[in-house]
Design a protein around this ligand. Structure first.
Ligand code: GLN
Length: 487
């Protein structure tokens, strides 16, 4: 294996022992980007000089014998809806094509504080709305396992950057599955923290009551390392939870005795690909062989999850995206005949089709006369979904199932059918509606060589349990050691 194919945990040891410098590793990642990113299309912005300067400064401190932070010089790619002072932050939208934020997101500050190297900005569906990264206004991102296929979304650039071995770690955001689904489709690990575990300060808002920032890595240890870096209270996000952050890395190797793995029968309904089902069932056998108990549970609200999500998320989006008016923020039209025209033209030119669809749906759901029938009803359904999870987690520690109903689909396959695109989130959105924790780990491949993901969900603030359960599976299998062959 060459350097860029190693998992973050192995690289940290090499960096700490001084066997590899941060400059060498960063340079290797830049070279990988140079040779492969024209095919993958993971990055929207990457300033080689800036990342090497950061790496050199960390190396200089190591040479002086100064203690280094958790990341010890590791490159971390950043989804382009996270602000970094002075660095383009576009949300893959024409609306923010020229935006350079005057401040840095909490999570990016944390990466820098722990001596990570913020390594470029990655592609996404415009404003994180989508499941394939095809909604980016700028470019398509391709799945490193099959360049004809999508990497998932919306954090497709961040997932493809890790899967394609362009960077060992990356950050994404997950509003309805945007970390877990691309992790699953790209054969890596991705974790959505519980709502409030990680500060949203500096994350461009899509649906504020659902959005969370989280890590991507090749394995569970790398995921725990980056979660350790970014988790914790931040007074600049009033929804960030003021609870101590457990030492995720310290407990990772200790198996959970008497683990109870819940399996909901609703996870195996129509629409689930048979190869995905088989891989997930094999994973349940892995847990059984490790001494875990498999507990049958039910999630009766699951048929309502998609409708609930697409009302709550669009309602919040219609409100959050009102700020892009061509006056305060974002693209301003050249045709400024009067104020209303300025608003209409600026928004009409700046937003893409999916974002407009969401704004219209959300505005309708909130409009007087319809709010009770749609938005308020969706909030009630949201509460019932949380009640389901609370009941389930009384009888099991984690809930296991598929992350996505199918492996990666072809570019363009669902692009003209929003409903079928929305259905690819069927297993992931309830987690956001309930505010609980969830992750996806690799659990197999289809006959044609596409990765399959296993989703493990846990109660709110139970990331430690979820990570340990994931590590038990990982230790007993070798799915996380595979890398795509890219020519
Ligand atoms: N695919 C979902 C959507 O389009 C989730 C997106 C996300 O998590 N950001 O809304």
């Amino acid at each position: 294996m060459n350097l860029t194919q190693l998992p973050a945990s192995a690289l940290v040891s090499l960096l700490r022992r001084g066997e590899v410098s941060s400059r060498q590793l960063t340079q290797a990642c830049l070279e990988a980007c140079q040779s492969l990113d024209s095919k993958i299309g993971a990055f929207l912005h990457l300033d080689a000089e800036a990342v090497l300067t950061t790496a050199d400064a960390i190396d200089a401190r190591r040479v002086r014998g100064e203690p280094l932070g958790l990341l010890a010089g590791l490159p971390v790619a950043i989804k382009d809806n996270l602000c970094q002072k002075g660095v383009p932050t576009t949300c893959a939208s024409k609306m923010l094509a020229n935006f350079r934020p005057p401040y840095t997101a909490h999570v990016v500050e944390r990466v820098a504080a722990e001596d990570g190297v913020p390594f470029g900005k990655t592609n996404l569906d415009e404003f994180a709305m989508g499941s394939s990264t095809e909604n980016s206004a700028f470019q398509k991102t391709r799945n490193p396992w099959d360049l004809e296929r999508i990497p998932g979304g919306s954090s497709g650039g961040s997932a493809a950057a890790v899967a394609g071995c362009l960077t060992p770690l990356s950050l994404g955001s997950d509003t309805g599955g945007s970390i877990r689904q691309p992790a699953s489709l790209c054969g890596i690990v991705g974790l959505k923290p519980s709502y409030g575990r990680v500060s949203r300060y500096g994350l461009v808002a899509f649906a504020s009551s659902l959005d969370q920032v989280g890590p991507f890595a090749h394995d569970v240890a790398g995921t725990a390392l980056l979660l350790q870096t970014i988790a914790g209270h931040d007074r600049r996000d009033s929804t960030s939870v003021n609870q101590p952050v457990p030492d995720y890395m310290a407990s990772l190797e200790t198996p959970l005795a008497g683990l109870r793995v819940g399996v909901a029968r609703e996870f195996f309904g129509p629409g689930l690909d048979s190869e995905v089902e088989q891989a997930v069932r094999n994973s349940l056998e892995v847990y059984r062989s490790l001494g875990a108990t498999i507990v049958d549970v039910t999630l009766p609200t699951s048929p309502h999850a998609i409708a609930t999500y697409y009302l709550v998320a669009t309602a919040e989006a219609s409100s959050n995206l009102a700020r892009y008016d061509g006056v305060h923020y974002g693209h301003r039209t050249a045709e400024k005949t009067n104020l209303i025209n300025l608003y209409c033209k600026s928004r009409g030119e700046g937003f893409g089709a999916e974002v407009k669809r969401r704004i219209m749906l959300g505005t309708y759901a909130l409009s007087s006369g319809y709010i009770d029938a749609y938005y308020t009803k969706a909030l009630k359904a949201r509460r019932l979904i949380l009640n389901d999870f609370n009941r389930i987690f009384a009888s099991c520690d984690v809930l296991a199932g598929p992350t996505a109903p199918t492996a990666a689909f072809k570019l363009g396959e669902k692009a003209s059918d929003p409903l079928s695109m929305y259905l690819s989130d069927i297993y992931t959105i309830s987690c956001n509606l309930a505010g609980i924790s969830g992750l996806s780990i690799p659990c197999g491949f289809t006959a044609s060589g596409l990765p399959i993901g296993l989703q493990l969900q846990g109660p709110a603030m139970a990331e430690e349990t979820v990570l340990r359960a994931a590590r038990m599976h990982e230790k007993a299998t070798a799915w996380h050691t595979h890398r795509p062959i890219l020519l």
